[in-house]
Design a protein around this ligand. Structure first.
Ligand code: NAD
Length: 285
């Protein structure tokens, strides 16, 4: 909070309308957080049934943070389910938080860009895909910036503001201003695989999962990491992030000859993705 205050206020106009595409773990929680902080948010998902649980999580967040019924209601009113994606044409900022797959993201961008209003910014919450890999799909790659939130959104202060070789300074500044607007700490970084945090975090998680393959129980590894001072152990964190997402990020960042953790592969193949599917390295129900 002190570091955020030290950054000062931005002179740029605030984002009034945010459109979020993907109502999963990240998109749903980014939408909820932005609405908590006063932004009108439309929330879209290819699978409409993903929207209601996201709105339910938002209500839990508002109940915890706002307490007063009229404030909770106002935040709920600002968070609008939008199956048809009509918010795209009205939004000042669009954040995609769909599946971590460059081809799928490109397809989405090609549909979204022509509907965006002039001056609106397009952001990707990708964890690992360099923005340059998404340029093909866009007529104007200059409007693309990375806004990489961390999980769980309500607790993690940091947002990486990712600059591609085509991102102009005013778009970087707008990304930073938006993070500050919603009380998050912007960390500008260049668009390279894994940006800053995941470049360091992914090998750490991978090594921990290789230790599981070697027969060390997840509980032992997590307890050691917590004794060391980590708020959460690496195996628990992998389950929280989602093993499907972790898998996709690992593939994107893998160096030639990298060893894939066997247990991770078996869990992903069995659609046991961690907390969100009730089971991963741990049981969550
Ligand atoms: P998730 O699987 O929980 O949610 C993805 C959502 O996107 C699903 O609801 C799915 O139905 C929807 N979707 C897929 N294709 C779509 C399309 N074409 N149009 C609209 N909706 C579509 O995944 P997540 O964990 O929220 O991750 C989303 C993105 O955020 C990924 O790029 C991921 O790398 C990134 N990210 C994830 C984490 C994490 O800890 N899970 C952290 C930071 C960033």
């Amino acid at each position: 909070q002190d570091r955020l205050k030290a950054l000062g206020k931005s002179d740029l106009p605030p984002i009034r309308h945010l459109h979020v595409i993907g109502a999963g773990a990240m998109g749903g929680d980014i939408a909820a957080w932005a609405s908590l902080r006063g932004v009108t948010v439309t929330l879209q998902d290819l699978a409409p049934e993903r929207i209601a649980p996201a709105i339910k999580r938002a209500h839990e967040l508002y109940t915890k943070r706002l307490k007063l019924p009229h404030l909770i209601q106002a935040a709920m009113d600002r968070l609008i389910p939008d199956v048809a994606g009509s918010g795209v044409a009205k939004a000042d900022l669009i954040i995609e938080a769909i599946v971590e797959n460059a081809e799928v993201k490109k397809k989405l961008f090609a549909q979204v860009e022509p509907k965006m209003k002039a001056g609106a910014i397009l952001a990707s919450n990708t964890s690992s895909i360099p923005l340059q890999e998404l340029f093909d799909a866009l007529k104007r790659p200059e409007r693309l910036v990375g806004l990489h939130f961390f999980n769980p959104v309500a607790q993690m202060m940091l947002v990486e503001i990712v600059e591609s070789p085509r991102t102009p300074q005013h778009v970087m500044l707008a990304g930073q201003a938006f993070a500050k607007q919603i009380d998050k700490l912007p960390l500008p970084c260049k668009s390279a695989p894994g940006f800053l945090v995941n470049r360091v975090l992914t090998p750490y998680l991978n090594e921990a999962m290789l230790m599981v393959d070697e027969g060390i129980p997840p509980e032992t590894i997590d307890a050691a990491a917590k004794d060391f001072g980590m708020p959460m152990g690496p195996i628990e964190l992998a389950d929280m992030v989602g093993l499907d997402v972790g898998w996709a990020v690992g593939q994107e960042l893998a160096k030639p000859g990298a060893i894939v953790p066997k247990k991770l592969k078996a869990l992903v193949d069995g659609k046991r993705f961690g907390k969100k599917s009730g089971e991963g390295f741990y049981k969550w129900v």
